[in-house]
Design a protein around this ligand. Sequence first.
Ligand SMILES: Nc1ncnc2c1ncn2[C@@H]1O[C@H](COP(=O)(O)OP(=O)(O)OP(=O)(O)O)[C@@H](O)[C@H]1O
Length: 468
Amino acid sequence: ESFGNRVTRSDDVKKEPQGGSIFKIRTTVFFFIYGFLVLLAFIGFLVWRLRRSKFQARNSKMHFENICQELDGSEDPVPESMKDAPINDKIDYLPYKKNYEIAKENLEKGPVLGHGMFGVVKKGYLKMADPKTEDEQKMKLEVAVKSVKNTYALDQISMLAAELRLMCAIEKFPNVLALVGAVTSELRKGHLLIVTEYIDQGDLLEYVRKHRHLFEDHLVPDKTEPDSYLTPLSAKRKTYHFKNEEGETEKAISQNLDSLTTSDLLSFGLQIANGMQYLSTIPLVHRDLALRNVLLKKNKTIRIADFGMARKYDDKTYYKQSSKEVPVPIRWMSPEAVHNMKFTQQSDVWSFGICLYELFTLGGLPYPTIDNEDIYVYIQSGRRCLQPDHCHLELYDLMKLCWNAKPELRPTFTHIVEYFVEHMKKSAEHVYDFVEDMLRLEAESQRKLDDWIRINRSEASEVDLKSV
Ligand SMILES: Nc1ncnc2c1ncn2[C@@H]1O[C@H](COP(=O)(O)OP(=O)(O)OP(=O)(O)O)[C@@H](O)[C@H]1O
């Protein structure tokens, strides 16, 4: 038995290496073929990558070349039929004014101020182009510098270039963000910088939201308000008067940023209307008017910003192509803009009404209980945003005028400013006086900015134009 056992064991010993070596050979062959295939696939991948990047580089070069050419604007004259059209429609003819060019070495970049969908805005410091004295050498203008996040994204660079050309057509105006200049000299490498004035308090939406707990309501409900269950519903709506009796006016508006009152909301509303009225005289359609695109200065004046949406693309095509990437700001859009992506001054007026709603709800979301996909049907059925708590009836009436289903029946920005002025002169004259004074000062400071820019451009533009 023990012999037999031993035989068995020795058989095992003999058989094991044989089976093992066949297995090893098979495994080696398998790994060899597998490795070979992987290597082949890898080489194939590298070749494909190389070809693709070559193709992309050639393509990008062509595109960057196109964008550079586009900066000059079309040489053809604007067709007669387009003479009165908003400049958004004539963007092909708008040139980048090369005297806006800033020498890159004169621009220092600072911390990030904010991100948009595709862009990033950083703080910057602009040195004088040709300092004559030691003091001038130290002098730096605080600016904001906008660029795209992805320098390979041709569409976005093209859009930024379009935004720049559009901004060149806008003169300095107290409630509109002023262009300081641009760096286009490295556009062929995908680098384009738009330099604007620096607005220290960021966007107005964030500001009203952060300060809503400090809000002081200057509206007093009317005592004559009917309060009976037999009163028709329409008469039950609250009416208010403004608390501006003797003695109240002095403290009614304060430049302290930690104070937010009804007077401030009225002042912001009037200033937005004022800026939009100016843009409508250019004429320019903003297309994305919302409190998030309004910037606030520490003296409580505002600037309308972000002309990124005022792009040249045919509206319908643009949104169809990029609907996955661009969230349409449906809560701010008029029904006709939602329906056919046609943006007009009347659709800007609708958005202005929504801005008023955002202001008087202290940063509330328009249609808070309705989903995005149901908003169009909601509006089409004739329903609108409800009257905010901190809002005069007259102002809610203005909002409703802006939200008229028929665009042609909405007020123009000129009418809106007149309405505001009349309303404020009647119920809050101190606020109107404050805004008037502030805007006079702002116009003065923008004139100084313009002078600074003009002095500092002459040298810089000479240098940079050669490389553009
Ligand atoms: N001139 C400025 N001064 C100070 N802060 C600014 C300025 N411009 C923009 N910002 C800040 O940067 C943020 C993003 O700006 P903006 O919305 O213009 O970027 P964007 O890239 O154009 O956005 P989008 O891709 O949505 O168009 C703003 O919310 C604001 O906080």
